[in-house]
Design a protein around this ligand. Structure first.
Ligand SMILES: Nc1ncnc2c1ncn2[C@@H]1O[C@H](COP(=O)(O)OP(=O)(O)OP(=O)(O)O)[C@@H](O)[C@H]1O
Ligand SMILES: [Mg+2]
Length: 230
């Protein structure tokens, strides 16, 4: 579904990613793990077109999208939930959802579907996003992304700073979504357990290089933990 190929990227004169290759199979979850500052968010920004790579390519379903703008990638079925659960804090939950849904022919239906996945958002529809808990804000951010009915979802640390019971809820939802088919996910995570349960493919990123990769699943968890402890 997504091929990030030999990507070199960074900011100004600093290179953050030194030839990174990551691929997300169709209808599967690939996860990128790594310490703070390893370049995980930078990789997602390259995938989404928010940062132009200095070298390398990004392919979506075989099409070279390296030079496409973010909105062109959205039109091709990509959605991105940045790190830190960004919604509009002064707008209510319902208004945040409507911002994405309005103007889409299937907006109402897609919103109802997203709310079925995160029922708690129905009860919070009148509350400002800025007053939601971290976990609720994360669910809102994922729901907003899902309203576009993506075939590829980029998730940047959806469980960061969230209490364990909500982590489990988010995990369940992501697994349910991918089991339903038609959705591939590139998941950046620091919770190794969750990432390895969710992913069919894993990549460990260290200082902008992939230092370990392989098939996901809990069986590979010790290998990943060892790679991360170096
Ligand atoms: N906008 C920016 N301008 C300059 N340098 C940046 C910018 N964003 C990130 N960096 C630097 O790039 C490197 C990689 O950052 P990145 O955010 O990709 O790491 P990360 O793996 O997502 O970390 P974390 O787990 O803390 O989110 C870091 O050294 C960071 O300081
Ligand atoms: Mg990050």
């Amino acid at each position: 579904m997504l091929e990030i190929s030999s990507v070199q990227a960074g900011y100004d004169r600093t290179t953050v990613l030194h030839g990174v290759t990551v691929s997300v199979p169709k209808d599967a979850v690939a996860t990128v793990l790594g310490h703070n500052g390893a370049g995980k968010s930078t990789l997602l920004r390259v995938a989404m077109g928010l940062l132009k790579p200095k070298k390398g390519a990004v392919l979506l379903g075989g099409e070279d999208i390296t030079r496409l703008a973010p909105h062109q990638r959205v039109a091709r079925g990509m959605a991105y939930v940045p790190q830190g659960q960004q919604s509009f804090p002064h707008l209510t939950t319902a208004e945040n959802l409507r911002l994405v849904a309005d103007g889409r022919p299937d907006g109402k239906e897609a919103t109802a579907e997203a709310l079925d996945l995160f029922p708690v958002l129905r009860e919070l529809s009148g509350r400002r996003a800025g007053l939601l808990s971290g976990g609720q804000r994360q669910q809102l951010a994922i729901a907003r992304a899902l309203i576009t009915r993506p075939r590829l979802l980029l998730l940047d640390e959806p469980t960061e700073g969230i209490q364990p019971s909500v982590v489990a809820e988010i995990e369940e939802t992501i697994l349910a979504l991918t089991r339903r088919g038609g959705l591939s996910v590139l998941l950046v995570e620091q919770h190794v357990g969750f990432a390895m349960r969710a992913a069919q493919q894993y990549y460990v990123l260290e200082a902008g290089r992939v230092t370990s990769s392989g098939e996901g699943g809990t069986g590979a968890e010790p290998t990943v933990r060892a790679a991360l402890s170096v």
